[in-house]
Design a protein around this ligand. Structure first.
Ligand code: CTP
Length: 403
């Protein structure tokens, strides 16, 4: 069965190029379905899109619903990549704001596949801060933007805002499809969040990890086609749809789940902030304050990653390092001692990044000497970069072993 590309079309003069995009996609063997905004149909007839694509066109939400099926959901499930070309300032704004008031914008909310947006508009509109902010928001949510080119615009101006060429848009769609399957057939085990080491039922030792980084990694791995197992300490987050979720509390519970899942794992990403200590004695009842001991003994927990590293076989191990000083030196030591393939280092002493924050900046070190430092980005973006690097590593590894 050929892969389905859904093409969103909004009302820009460059709408004529959508026909060429459909043709190019069909030449590459893709099936195409078109969804237009009502305004786009004032420039071009949906009948043309229907004739070209050989599929019903989505325009009027309620008209389509009358056909007995919930089209926007049904079509979304069958879509491999959703590309919007041309995308106007209005549709970009709606997508960024989560407004779903017509077929196209509702479809965007319903898809669970890579989304590509190719804007087209007048240069002044394109450079408006509102449009830039909306595009930045969409980018941080994982939408790919194909920046428009510079040239003659329909309004008679010269400038930025010209819809990217159809071949470029088709190439971006093919790239997104390829990326989507980079980890297909692989099982990725991700650990996330803090652990809690209880002293009694109401008191525990923990750390400020929110789990956001690990959940973002799990989601990024899902998007690359992997089967994902997420072992998580206590967080306030919803597990990404499609992961096998294991909830744990203490380091020893996390160790148990990781060891159990490791047999079927190809890639372990250990991003959890595992407590290094636990209380030597745990009371089953709440300790009354007058009975609180003057000293409380702690003992080390097991280093889960180190234990796994000593018997990793052919599997890929990725660790995290939370550091406040001698960042690179400490991380390289952990990379070696825990027998890792890669380590992702994040500073935990800076405000606004790392522990508990929405953003992060990481240094990425691999056992083959590669070193990449990211800018400060959303944890979702960092997650995608880390998973992309893991994908490249797996690819190189396969090439070396002749697979
Ligand atoms: N880790 C683990 N088990 C532990 C402690 C840490 O598996 N008991 C893992 C973490 O998930 C992370 C890596 O080891 O992937 C490094 O954790 P980090 O806290 O940075 O370092 P530690 O090894 O605990 O050393 P230190 O706290 O002294 O820096």
């Amino acid at each position: 069965m050929s892969q389905m590309i859904t093409l969103g079309v909004s009302s820009s003069i460059s709408v004529y190029k959508s026909c060429e995009i459909i043709r190019e996609l069909q030449k590459k063997g893709f099936e195409v379905r078109v969804i237009c905004t009502a305004n786009a149909t004032r420039l071009i007839s949906p009948r043309l899109f229907s004739a070209l694509s050989g599929n019903r066109v989505g325009v009027d939400f309620f008209q389509n619903e009358i056909n007995g099926k919930i089209d926007h959901i049904d079509w979304a499930r069958k879509t491999d990549v959703f590309a919007v070309a041309p995308a106007t300032a209005n549709i970009i704004g709606k997508f960024a704001a989560g407004i779903a008031d017509d077929f196209l914008s509702t479809f965007f909310m319903a898809v669970d596949c890579p989304v590509i947006i190719a804007p087209a508009m007048n240069e002044v509109m394109y450079l408006k801060p509102q449009v830039r902010l909306n595009m930045d928001k969409l980018k941080s949510l994982g939408v790919r933007i194909i920046e428009p080119g510079r040239g003659y615009l329909a309004c008679g101006d010269e400038g930025w805002g010209r819809l990217a060429e159809p071949v470029e848009i088709v190439k971006a769609i093919q790239k997104a499809l390829k990326e989507k399957s980079v980890l297909k057939g692989k099982t990725v085990l991700v650990t996330a969040g803090p652990t809690r080491e209880h002293l009694d039922p109401v008191r525990f030792l923990s750390n400020p990890s929110s789990g956001k980084m690990g959940y973002a990694l799990a989601e990024a791995a899902l998007w690359r086609g992997a089967d994902v197992i997420l072992v998580s300490g206590p967080t306030h987050l919803l597990p990404p749809r499609g992961v096998t979720y294991k909830s744990v509390c203490s380091a020893s519970e996390m160790e148990h789940e990781v060891k159990t899942a490791f047999a079927k794992t190809d890639i372990l990403i250990m991003s959890a902030a595992v407590s290094d200590f636990r209380f030597a004695d745990v009371s089953q009842q709440k300790i009354k304050k007058e009975k609180l001991p003057s000293q409380i003994k702690v003992v080390p927990t097991k280093d889960i990653l180190k234990g796994i590293g000593s018997r990793k076989g052919n599997k890929v191990l990725v660790g995290f390092a939370a550091e406040t000083e001698n960042i690179k030196k400490n991380a390289l030591k952990k990379l070696k001692e825990k027998n890792l393939d890669m380590i992702v280092v994040n500073r935990v002493d800076e405000k606004n990044i790392g522990f508990g924050a929405d953003k992060n900046r990481v240094l990425f070190l691999s056992r083959d000497g590669k070193e990449i430092e990211t800018e400060t980005l959303s944890k979702e973006e960092i997650g995608r970069i880390v998973v992309e690097k893991i994908g490249e590593f797996v690819d190189e590894k396969n090439k070396k072993s002749g697979r």
